[in-house]
Write a protein that binds this ligand. Sequence first.
Ligand code: HEC
Length: 128
Amino acid sequence: MIRTLTAVFSILAVIALISGISTADEKKENKYTTKKFMQAVKTGGLHTKVIKGEATEAERKLFVAYVKALPANKPPKGAPESWKKLTEILVKATEAHLAGKEDSAEALTKAMNCKVCHTPHKVYPPKT
Ligand code: HEC
């Protein structure tokens, strides 16, 4: 119980921190890297749970923390304007979905489209 509370509070603190100083903080490495987000998306289907409304409170908070960290994270490739646009659409779609807005599940599904973001911003390992 205490551990859960501690975890919730530290996540809340991080969210507050990120939303307060999102872009000013580029140099400092945060724990919500794009890579870690992607691993949670792939192995745990974190976004699917959130979209379907099946995520636990902790999972929802984790998703929000990852999403909010994205705009300030640097993608391995691609134009900064494109990255900013894609990640801010995702932030907005996440907020709308958690606020229970109509059609927000579709919007969030679209904003989480793997290929739309990977094509400009993910470096694919060279084929051997
Ligand atoms: C808003 C942009 C964006 C969206 C949406 C997105 N990705 Fe990614 N993804 C990235 C970027 C950028 C990288 C490269 C991260 C790096 O190397 O630092 C990446 C890397 C990955 C990786 C490799 C992680 C690793 O360990 O190197 C996987 C797996 C992945 N994404 C899965 C997915 C899946 C599955 C979806 C869709 C459900 C998705 N991603 C949607 C931006 C995105």
